[in-house]
Design a protein around this ligand. Structure first.
Ligand SMILES: *[C@@H]1O[C@H](CO)[C@@H](O)[C@H](O)[C@H]1NC(C)=O
Ligand SMILES: *[C@@H]1O[C@H](CO)[C@@H](O)[C@H](O)[C@H]1NC(C)=O
Ligand SMILES: *[C@@H]1O[C@H](CO)[C@@H](O)[C@H](O)[C@H]1NC(C)=O
Ligand SMILES: *[C@@H]1O[C@H](CO)[C@@H](O)[C@H](O)[C@H]1NC(C)=O
Ligand SMILES: *[C@@H]1O[C@H](CO)[C@@H](O)[C@H](O)[C@H]1NC(C)=O
Ligand SMILES: *[C@@H]1O[C@H](CO)[C@@H](O)[C@H](O)[C@H]1NC(C)=O
Ligand SMILES: [Zn+2]
Length: 352
């Protein structure tokens, strides 16, 4: 017999009926955010925060996304226009200068970082992007992200009066075309969707399209001489230390997932819960002939979960949201180890 409870919300006419089989939507509670993760608060009055790095370089953030702008003698250079900042892109820049925008750089093609570009574009604005970014934009024809006026393949040095931005393409990582953007006078380095200062990466290693390139990007960042890092996400700017910390997280994730694959190739034993023999035989018996059921169980429930558990035990409390994305990151890393790095475990060269 089900108990039925009717909750009448006094403040409104809304009625919520609940019983104990579908009482409340279940909301997962995760570990608290470590204190180092959050940056200075975004103003509730404006919805944005502008931070000066000196010599006319500024971070503009809404707490979730980030843009960069540089004030030159007679005009402004802008990098990215996230749609969540939206019209506050204009207000944020106007809180510092009334000079017009002359140049606009796309970090990469993704709409969540440049989807407000059309608000800033105009007849006197030169949009600059990597050729791969132009190609991606050409595939989708989104009027919110106008085609660039200027493209480059390897390097592009943008000099506007007293400001300099060095753009470099160093291979695929998060998305082909994703550009290293360096302001040498202020030692500000921007590479979007790679490092998430204070946090683990966004899901699936930041939705990275190329995992070996993503891992390599950490070392490529550390080759620069920089004091401030902008990853395009969350509230605060990062430092060199944040890049070093995320690199260590990636190394642990890589090693733990590689160990999971290695153990899965070994025979079952009391000390090895990961043996593919045990896991696959049980699923195969329950689902005769269903190869995908066996693979899904092996990859997700056995190796990725073991790697996620181990990585979480090492990193919880050090980076924010380790427990939110542990499984997502491990799943991507297991697949990259197998397909990109050739760590195939029980599916290596057969029939010796
Ligand atoms: C913004 O509002 C929230 C909720 O009222 C409050 O906790 C927070 O301190 C406010 N932040 C600032 C910067 O005023
Ligand atoms: C360039 O000039 C602008 C406008 O005068 C100034 O705000 C900015 O600090 C200058 N930057 C450098 C690097 O000289
Ligand atoms: C640009 O601004 C800088 C200082 O901000 C100044 O030293 C320089 O003379 C200015 N250059 C021009 C071309 O106006
Ligand atoms: C860039 O291209 C747009 C669209 O074709 C055009 O309106 C704009 O004038 C161009 N920018 C410059 C500085 O020529
Ligand atoms: C792109 O979209 C515009 C409308 O937004 C349309 O006029 C144009 O024909 C489209 N071009 C292509 C190549 O699909
Ligand atoms: C991962 O940790 C959870 C929670 O402690 C546990 O239930 C699960 O069995 C672990 N999975 C593996 C594959 O070790
Ligand atoms: Zn992206």
């Amino acid at each position: 017999m089900l108990l039925s409870v009717t909750v009448v919300l006094l403040a409104s006419t809304l009625r919520v009926e609940a019983d104990d089989t579908c009482a409340h939507p279940s909301v997962t509670t995760y570990a608290p955010i470590p204190s180092g993760a959050a940056g200075p608060a975004v103003s509730n009055a404006t919805g944005f925060r502008v931070e000066s790095f000196g010599k006319g370089a500024y971070l503009l953030t809404d707490g979730l996304y980030q843009a960069l702008f540089l004030v030159a003698n007679e005009s402004v250079i802008v990098v990215d226009a996230p749609p969540t900042i939206g019209h506050n892109m204009v207000k944020g820049i106007e809180s510092v200068t009334d000079l017009p925008i002359s140049h606009f750089v796309y970090s990469h093609a993704h709409a969540d970082h440049i989807g407000a570009a059309s608000l800033l574009a105009g007849p006197d604005v030169t949009i600059i992007a990597h050729v791969e970014t132009a190609m991606e934009l050409g595939l989708v024809n989104d009027s919110a992200r106008p085609a660039p006026n200027v493209t480059f393949t390897d390097h592009f040095k943008l000099e506007v009066c007293n400001q300099t931005l060095e753009l470099a393409y160093r291979g695929p990582n998060h998305q082909p075309g994703n550009t290293f953007i360096y302001a040498p006078l202020q030692k500000v380095l921007m590479l979007v969707d790679i490092v998430y200062p204070g946090w683990v990466p966004f899901e699936a290693l930041g939705e990275s399209q190329n995992i070996p390139g993503y891992i390599k990007a950490h070392d490529q960042l550390l080759e620069y001489d920089f004091d401030h890092y902008l990853g395009g996400h969350l509230n605060r700017a990062g430092t060199r230390e944040d890049v070093v910390i995320q690199k260590a997280y990636m190394t642990d994730l890589y090693n733990n997932c590689a160990e999971a694959i290695r153990l899965s190739a070994e025979p079952p034993s009391a000390s090895n819960p990961l043996s593919a023999q045990t896991a696959l035989i049980a699923v195969g018996q329950a689902n005769p002939g269903n190869s995908w059921a066996m693979f899904d169980h092996y990859l997700s429930d056995v190796t990725a979960e073991w790697c996620a558990n181990k990585t979480q035990s090492q990193w919880l409390g050090k980076l924010a949201a380790v427990d939110v994305y542990a499984k997502s990151h491990a799943t991507v890393m297991i697949e990259s180890l197998r397909l990109d790095f050739g760590v195939l475990g029980p599916f290596g060269v057969a029939n010796k």
